[in-house]
Design a protein. Structure first.
Lengths: 157, 174
């Protein structure tokens, strides 16, 4: 109506405002167990610079993070650790499964490897690749932002 | 010393104790019984012409359903290297079944401690005289031995206990 140009305030819904804040300030908890974690160093480094998308504050304490990045092979022995770290993260929280090993076990189809971390924790975005390019990871964060923008506060009620 | 000279020197010394001998991938090997292991390997280590001072690796082999139908089910393979003289040698121990114990070499080579635990973990071969014969790679609740040929290839075993209880137990072991 053109009213916004004249008055010193704007109107929106509470969900939109909260989601806007959440999606541009994700704090990742890097659960890096293999070579995908090396690729993640490129993602946060100056060349690809994930801080352009607001997800650069890497927290090594799960209690300060809301985005878990599972990067690498998860063995059966590591599985309870992953579950415990995930449980320590406060709500709301999201999970990106990065690479073939985390998403499906990759080529480790054997006695010792979990065949996809979705056996243990809920996963929001899967990233293909072995390891994925940094652009793929940024695309995953971008898609997760899109997903967050459609959430409502009743999802966490 | 080249491979054939090592083989003939060893054969000369322990003629009656060799189960078999041969060559594979350009490297000589002998097969022996568990009871002679300590004697032969300590000789290989101390002999002035051989000086096998390094134990590079210990491996296990499961020969169940093997086309050659050997009299023993398992083999434990010791890879030796002389750091000073630059030659290698391979010693295989024929293990009839899992009830036969292989003498531990951890007093001769300290690294044998963890290598023998790995062979025990994945093949279930016991080492007599080992100070700490328990699993090293698979988790604590794992049942069976994963690299045996009769272990189901698609069988997976979850570690379901909470992490805290496992950690407490580990501290008790330490």
């Amino acid at each position: 109506m053109g009213l916004e140009n004249k008055l010193p305030f704007m109107t929106t819904t509470l969900d939109t405002a909260i989601n806007w804040g959440r999606k541009y300030a994700m704090w990742p908890m890097p659960f890096g167990t293999a070579c995908c974690a090396i690729e993640f160093m490129g993602v946060v480094g100056p060349e690809f610079d994930v801080s352009r998308f607001g997800a650069e504050v890497v927290r090594f304490s799960p209690r300060q993070a809301d985005l878990m990045l599972v990067m690498g092979t998860i063995t059966q022995k590591m599985a309870p650790v992953l579950k415990q770290v995930y449980d320590q993260m406060p709500e709301p929280k999201w999970v990106i499964s990065m690479g073939a090993c985390a998403s499906s076990g990759g080529f480790y189809n054997n006695y010792s490897v979990v065949q996809g971390v979705d056996e243990l924790i809920p996963v929001d975005i899967y990233v293909a690749g072995c390891p994925p390019r940094p652009e793929n990871v940024i695309d995953a964060i971008y898609q997760l932002q899109e997903k967050i923008s459609h959430e409502t506060s009743s999802d966490y009620a | 010393m080249d491979q054939s000279s090592i083989a003939s020197k060893v054969a000369e010394q322990f003629k009656s104790k060799l189960v078999s001998s041969g060559e594979c991938a350009g490297q000589s090997f002998i097969t022996i019984n568990p009871i002679d292991l300590v004697e032969i390997l300590s000789w290989l280590k101390s002999d002035t012409e051989l000086k096998f001072d390094r134990l590079m690796d210990i491996g296990g082999v499961d020969l169940i359903d093997h086309p050659s139908e050997p009299a023993h089910r398992f083999e434990v393979v010791y890879q030796l290297l002389s750091y000073e003289l630059g030659h290698r040698f391979r010693v295989k121990v024929a293990v009839k079944n899992e009830s036969v114990g292989v003498p531990s070499l951890w007093t001769m080579w300290g690294i044998a401690n963890w290598m023998e635990r790995e062979v025990f973990d994945l093949f279930g071969i016991n080492f007599d005289g080992h100070p700490n014969m328990r699993r090293i790679l698979c988790h604590e609740d794992f049942v069976g031995h994963a690299l045996r040929k009769d272990y189901p290839i698609d069988k997976r075993q979850m570690l379901s206990r909470p992490v805290a209880s496992v950690m407490t137990e580990k501290q008790e072991w330490a």
